[in-house]
Ligand binder design. Structure first.
Ligand SMILES: Cc1cc2nc3c(=O)[nH]c(=O)nc-3n(C[C@H](O)[C@H](O)[C@H](O)COP(=O)(O)O)c2cc1C
Length: 367
């Protein structure tokens, strides 16, 4: 399909990019991005979790000094909406992560670059603003993980996001049914210097999962090792259990990302929004918590902030905007999302992010 760099008519809300994306992506690529794993039950749960809450309007509040500024890991950000790490962005647009990086820079938004990006982390850093974090997948060889870490440090990334919930991912049925296979031009550019591990044959009776896919999966020792290797703050992404959250906090992680990988890791995992209050209770007020999974509007972001997140990340929405209109689309989507958040805050009588508390919400009546 011909890549577009123009905002089409009919984009009034950030979620309009989701509606328009199928017109700009080949069916299999679209199914791969849209899908989760298995029957996509967790993908659906991530959305319906937001629908169970309504925002309570408040009257007569003075909002003339209103803003959404915040500081995260020492970085001043204009709003609490970050771009989540999303692999293989060349699936959506030939400019791939360079386009999302330019959009993040133009809007001052935080960006988390994936280990599995189509462009190198160095090229993404050169195209992005200062608010850049690097998402690390630990590699089977520690030397390769260390090299990625040193490259991220040298390229000026401000924090490391260690993703721990994707050691094993079952394919989405919708992507399989659409016949999706990764195109040859969507390689993980960062990993090109590292030779892949030779496959080890399974002995009789060994499991393809336990002794196969999980053979090199990270352990608590690997986290301790990583924390000892860098002065950058280390965040862990993929947290859903309050007990894990408490232990990660005690281990010295700078903050956590409550996430189920957009429903791509365990079909049947709870919505990340549903686990957020228990995780906030486990780590206490003041400890940095981000959330992703299902954010499609500024009102969704508001609900996550009310339930305990300091900021949220958007995954698929950035891919849809990228596919529809390249860098311009991603910047426009971020601007729409920010305005939607401002409008929700104004209606709810919140002039500051700190005014957004659980009392701003009420359970929604199902339609
Ligand atoms: C196509 C695709 C690729 C992804 N790649 C990564 C990745 O490389 N690293 C990672 O930590 N998360 C990855 N994620 C998960 C996102 O960071 C994020 O958790 C998720 O997309 C949030 O849900 P949302 O898409 O509903 O916003 C990916 C998600 C999608 C849809």
């Amino acid at each position: 399909m011909t890549p577009s760099n123009r905002i089409p008519a009919g984009v009034w809300n950030a979620i309009d990019y989701e509606r328009l994306a199928p017109q700009h992506m080949e069916v299999g690529r679209h199914a791969y991005v849209a899908g989760g794993c298995g029957w996509d039950r967790t993908v659906a749960a991530n959305r319906t979790a937001f629908d169970r809450w309504a925002v309570l309007p408040r009257l007569l509040r003075d909002l003339r000094e209103g803003h959404t500024r915040l500081t995260l890991t020492g970085l001043d950000l204009p709003h609490p909406l970050l771009l989540a790490p999303v692999a293989h962005q060349r699936l959506a647009h030939p400019d791939a992560e360079l386009a999302t990086a330019r959009a993040a820079q133009a809007t001052g938004s935080g960006l988390v670059a994936s280990t599995l990006s189509s462009c190198t982390l160095e090229a993404i850093a050169a195209a992005s603003g200062p608010a850049r974090w690097f998402q690390l997948y630990l590699q089977p060889e520690r030397a390769h993980s260390l090299d990625l870490l040193r490259r991220a440090e040298a390229a000026g990334y401000r924090a490391i996001v260690l993703t721990l919930d994707a050691s094993i991912q079952l394919a989405s049925r919708s992507a399989l049914q659409a016949g999706f296979t990764m195109p040859n031009d969507c390689v993980a550019a960062n990993l090109a210097p590292y030779p892949p591990m030779p496959a080890t044959a399974l002995a009789d009776g060994e499991s393809r999962i336990f002794q196969g896919a999980m053979r090199h999966a990270p352990l608590w020792d690997d986290l301790q090792w990583l924390l000892a290797q860098t002065r950058l703050s280390v965040w862990v992404k993929g947290v859903l259990h309050p007990e894990d959250a408490r232990r990660l906090q005690a281990a010295g992680c700078a903050g956590l990302i409550v996430s189920n990988h957009g429903g791509r890791s365990l079909d049947g995992a709870p919505a990340s929004l549903d686990m957020l209050p228990a995780i906030r209770a486990a780590v206490g007020q003041g400890y940095p918590l981000l959330l992703d999974g299902g954010i499609r509007s500024g009102a969704d972001a508001f609900k996550a902030l009310a339930l305990g997140a300091n900021a949220v990340l958007v995954g698929r929405l950035q891919v849809w905007a990228l596919a529809v209109a390249g860098a311009l689309g991603v910047a426009h989507m971020l601007q729409l999302l920010t305005e939607e958040l401002h409008a929700t805050m104004a209606q709810a009588g919140c002039a500051r992010l700190s005014d957004i508390t659980p009392d701003c919400l009420t359970p929604a009546t199902p339609c």
